[in-house]
Every structure is written in C-alpha cells, then in structure tokens.
Design a protein around this ligand. Sequence first.
Ligand SMILES: [Zn+2]
Length: 499
Amino acid sequence: MTRLRTTACLLAALATACGTPATVARTTLPTPAPTVAGISQPLDATAGLQRNGAIAAALGDIDPSRIRRIDSALVSFGTRNSFSDTTSSTRGIGAARRWIFAEFEQYARDCGGCLRVEYNSKVQSVARAQGRQVNIVDVLAWLPGRDTSRVVVISGHYDSCVCGMPGGSSDSLATAPGADDDGSGTSAVVELARVFSRRYPKGLDASIIFVTVAAEEQGLLGARQLAEWLHEHHYTVVAGMTDDIVGNVLAENGYADSTSMRIFAADPDNSPSRELGRYVWSLDRLYMPNFDVLPVWRLDRIGRGGDHEPYVSLGDAGLRFTERVENYNRQHLPTDDFAHVNFGYVANVARVNAIAVASLAAAPATPANARAARQGRAAPSAAGNVTRSGSGGQAWTLSWDASAGAVGYELLVRHTTSPTWEQVIPLGNTTRCTLARQLDDEWAGVRAVGANGARSMAASMPAPPTPVRESGAAASPPATGGRGGQPAGPPPPACGDGR
Ligand SMILES: [Zn+2]
C-alpha cells in the first residue's frame, strides 16, 4: 500500500513538474523508494527514457549456447596468459586471438562486410613482470555508424592468468582457463558483435567497437593502449565499458544470485561515468525489469580494477559490468573452469550490454559545453566595486552546444542526495534557458533527443572538472558560472517554455 501511494505521488509530482519548471514547488525531499532485491529504486526508474522496439527485439537473438561455445573455445587454448605461446595453433594467447579474429571475420562475411575487423597492437614493457616486453594485441570489430568520429566501446579481456599462484602473473606455461575471468565477458562481447552485425548491418548513429583486449591481468595495459589510441586519433569516446567476470552466480558462502548484476560508476557524482551508470540503470528498468542492475557508485570493487578505468582517467564515461556475487575460490586460479560459468546468466548480462550499446549509439551526442551561470549578480566594476543585484542563486542561465541530429532537449533535475534524476522537463529545440530555482541545492542535466526518440546521456550542470592529463596540460575550469557575473545580454526564456 505504501508503495502504491508513493508511486501515485511520484506520478502526480512528475505530471506537475513537466513543462512548468519555474513554478514547481519543492518543499519536501522524496520519500525513500521501495526496494527490489535490496536495490533502492529511483523515483522514476526509467528517467523518461523510451523503449525502442528494434532494440528490444534484438535481445532475443543473444544466444546462451553460442556464448557457451565461444567460452569453450577460449578455455581450450589452455592458457591465455599475455606471456604465453603466440605461435601454436592450439595453445596460448596467440591461438586465442586468431580464433577471435576469425570469428569476427565470419560475422563480417555474413553481414556483407559490415564489420571492420582488425588488431591493435603495441609492444609494452610490463612493470609487473620486471619490465619484460610483450606485444599486447587487442582484437577489434568495428561497426561504423553514420558518425564515424563518435565511438561506443564494449570490451572484455581475453587474457587469463593464475595470478593467485606464486609467480602466476607471468607464468606462460601453467594452465589458466579463465572461463569466468574473463572468458565470460569476452564471449559476451563476441556474441554482441554477431547480433549487432545481423540487426544493424548499416550501423547506428555512433560507431561501435566490440573489442577483446589483452594484458588486463598485467595492469589494464591492452585497454589503456586502445583508449589512448582513440584519443590520439581524435575519436570522441561516448562510453568505454567493460564486461569483466560476468558468469558466476554462486558465492563462497553458498549464496546464489542469478537475477541481478552490478555496474560500477566512478566519482564524482556529476561525472560522465556516473551519468553512464544512471543511464544504464534506467535502461535496465525499462527493458529488463526481471533482471536487476545494482548500481554501485564507485570506480570498482574495493582494491580491485578493470578495463573501464583508462577511459575514466581520460575523462570519458567508463563503466564496469560484473556479476552480483564473486567467488574468490575460482578467480585467478586453475579452478576458474568452464563448469562453473552460468551461460544463461552471461546472456542476460550481454542483454544489458546490448541495450546500453544500442541506446548510446542510436542517440544524438550528449550536449557539449553544458554550463550553468548565475543570473542577477553584477560583475565587479573597473574600480573594484561590486554592486549586488539581490540574487542568491534563484535564477540561472543554462546553455549548451547543439548536438547534431537532436530535435529537442530535456532538462533533468535531482537533489544532490538522489542517486538518479527526479524530474524530466521537456525544453523544445533550444540551447539556452533560464532555470528559476536554487541550483545551489540541486544538480541539473541536459540531454539531447533524437527524431527516433532516443535520448543521449545527460551532461551535468555544473560540469565536473576536466581531468588533468598525464601530459601535464592544465585542467580547464569547471563550467559552473561560479560567483561570477551574469551572462551578457537579457536572460533567455524560462526552461520549459519551448515545449
Ligand atoms: Zn578480469
């Protein structure tokens, strides 16, 4: 009963808010939401995203038996340690990557050449192996979109190790099946390449890279070389996502969970990664209500890492997908075997991947240069005097760059304590508006809406600081408007008037 009443209040609140943002009274914090499987639900779980029938139909193509076959092939190579044999056709990492390459090429032939299959390789010295050098080879299947400058990356790492054994990290000979870590994620990504090549042979709006990377176990080296390569070649990375350890459903203490998974999204709360986490969480509620995503608002599990990290550190939206319960008795050990991977579960993880990848690739670009500037504060005069205008921050000019392909924009608002957006306000096709509410106490976001109804991720206002690059380039100041003067010219119309 409580839950029904909460939902009714929510719907009433949203109906009131839509289109009349300037006059919405916000006097109470939202009631704590009911929980599903221990997961706190947002007030509007789907955050105004719309279901796409083609994406929903594609989910049925993801085949657990095909994922099982791929993982079986990977395990059959004995070890995929980054220092293992590269010349044998039956054992070692070289055989494994040639098998993956051939699999991608078969899908490319089947779709009339829609996939571009290639290696991305670089010789690196591995700090964790006393500087020993190794050729790190990622295997990529590109599905070009109409916009070839924007890429959505979904990865799994095909290398394995018995890092839990003495000297196992760089042991080139010991059998390291890596069926779950990360044969499961690799198999899911290979299967996604097949499904997308059949469903979208002409691509979507953004390009997609299905990639299996190497040397994750040596310190995320294969993922980092790809992320840096993409930046060096001036691609815009819409999202850098990884499936890592996505097939175990039984914890060490006997607890089992095959109906939910986790996503890890890094700080800060207004970062692109966190926004990607919100986006995927909402999409899961929209498409897969019986398979829960537990959002975890931190970079990764405590003391551990993954292949989304290089993207996060470059300022891109990064996200890790992983199983709900891990079992350390079968990670980085010879016991990480094929018999303990649940392929029905891996298929459900792949379906969550698919809705994330397809939704991101179908949407216009996230609005760039989104910023919020206070209205009603006069700038300091040349004499150093400041004339106060009386605004304590109750009116803001929001602005952003137009996104190619957008037919309109939506404003999103949430309390700083809310894990996800609480209000969605249609804006029409505008790139400036006046927000008449005390943004000091909230977060705002703007997202682009395509003609097909697809929504981009939101750009947060104020924006997060740009990360400092290793080159030493200075970080750009956050586009907050700070305490600075009001923007030039008269205030734009109220946000929401244009609908
Ligand atoms: Zn892993």
